[in-house]
Design a protein around this ligand. Structure first.
Ligand code: GLU
Length: 429
């Protein structure tokens, strides 16, 4: 069973769109700045463990279908691996590898005591019933459960998975180990040991980072026009919280299309419309515009790509018309596009900082599960704000010290933190 990325027309094109190569390129640039020796470079570049599993499932019509699942554990020097599980038809090992590595850097940027991991199941959730999704989740969990555990690897939601998926995962794991083990996943329903504020945490982090970025640019939220690509857990909630803070959200999209209103969208009404109809198109208070990557070229002050990777590329980076990019998604700009944006003087707050609100509150959730004591939403939100603001400052300080972009600075900061721990622990033999 091979799930390599589909062959691209020519090598350079393929390289740009291979997220693992994009990540490796950024890693190398940061490692050069740190003067990291070859041995440590090789250790930190290489995923610690990769697992590919077959997931046989009895479908609703009685047929057996075999799905493919992955779990990649990139690095666990700083603590248990942490990272989401995504369900998508085009998930592949290189993508999961890149996402796992990004989790290692992300956890280090916000200084939570986790390493990085990521999982994926090749399936199209839009074509699956709830029962089929449940059976896929349970069988996938059983297949990878030897490498999971509250002190080993703690999954969370990602693209097309949610708190229900995490509840099934938690239950399957608990049934196998014969005790309820809430700390095996984060992003669970609050009734099952989830944290208050976790669902909103990534969007809240995006809002906080946009605020810090604008401060640096000397702009006020009230004067900022915002474009958001994606209206799910990150884009939708991020847009809603920014709208509440007085930003004007002028365009939003989902996987089916995009809408624009230069006077500002009524974001709560947009989200209510999506909830009701399943898509953004057809919303009465806006005009329909071209969706997909095109929405990223809408003139604005803050651009929030909050969908999937490889959206800002060498093909459109010259046409991006904004002052600040806050990366809600993982890997929305390719490494090559990133250089173009830097040369054009656009400030980019990279994914591993901008969307780290989710994993930060995942850490709070894991702590609460282990304490058996649950925090108020106020405490969660205040603690999240402190972490995001401090991490933004830490990255800004490194950027000024090394005279590099925020993206390279975030890599420098996190690689240095992981390398320090690795040196202290030494090579296990
Ligand atoms: N999937 C989210 C991310 O990419 C959250 C991961 C987590 O909370 O473990 O950051």
């Amino acid at each position: 069973m091979s799930h390599a990325p589909a062959a691209a027309p020519h090598a350079s094109h393929q390289d740009e769109f291979n997220p693992f190569l994009s990540m490796a390129q950024l890693f190398d640039t940061a490692a050069d700045h740190l003067g990291l020796d070859k041995g440590l470079r090789d250790v930190l570049r290489t995923p610690d463990r990769e697992m590919t599993v077959a997931i046989p499932v009895v479908m609703d019509d009685g047929r057996i279908e075999v799905f493919t699942g992955y779990r990649v554990q990139h690095n666990f020097s700083r603590g248990p691996c942490k990272g989401g599980i995504r369900y998508a038809p085009d998930v592949n090992l290189d993508e999961v590898r890149a996402l796992a590595a990004w989790m290692t850097w992300k956890c280090a940027v916000v200084d939570v005591p986790f390493g990085g991991g990521k999982g994926g199941v090749v399936c199209d959730p839009r074509k699956l019933s709830k029962g089929e999704l449940e059976r896929i989740t349970r069988r996938y969990t059983a297949a990878i459960m030897d490498i999971l555990g509250p002190d080993r690897d703690v999954p969370a939601p990602d693209v097309n998975t949610n708190e229900q998926t995490m509840a099934w995962l938690m239950d399957t794991y608990s049934m196998h180990v014969r005790k309820t083990t809430t700390a095996i996943v984060t992003g669970k329903p609050i009734a099952l040991g989830g944290s208050r504020g976790r669902t909103e945490a990534t969007g809240r982090g995006v809002m906080l980072i946009a605020r810090e970025g604008l401060k640096k640019l000397g702009m006020k939220p009230q004067d900022a026009r915002v474009v958001v690509q994606g209206s799910g857990n990150v884009g939708g909630i991020g847009a809603m919280l920014m709208h509440r803070e007085g930003y004007k959200i002028v365009a939003m999209s989902d996987q089916y299309g995009a809408i624009q209103n230069d006077a500002g969208l009524d974001v709560p009404a947009v989200l209510a419309h999506i909830k009701k109809t399943g898509r953004i198109l057809g919303f009465a208070g806006a005009r329909e515009v071209e969706g997909g990557q095109k929405i990223l070229e809408t003139p604005c002050d803050v651009l929030v790509p909050a969908a999937v990777e490889n959206q800002i590329t060498t093909g459109n980076a010259q046409r991006i018309d904004t002052k600040l990019i806050v990366e809600g998604a993982n890997g929305p700009c390719t490494a090559a596009a990133s250089k173009i944006l830097d040369d054009r003087g656009i400030m980019v707050v990279p994914d591993i900082l901008a969307n780290a609100g989710g994993v930060t509150v995942s850490y709070f959730e894991w702590v609460q599960d282990r304490m058996g004591y649950f925090w108020s939403e106020q405490r969660v939100n205040n603690s999240l704000e402190q972490v995001m603001v401090k991490s933004f400052e830490d990255v800004s300080t490194v950027a000024a010290k090394y005279k590099v972009s925020m993206r390279i600075a975030a890599y420098i900061l996190s690689i240095d933190r992981v390398a320090t721990v690795y040196r202290l622990r030494g090579v296990f033999a």
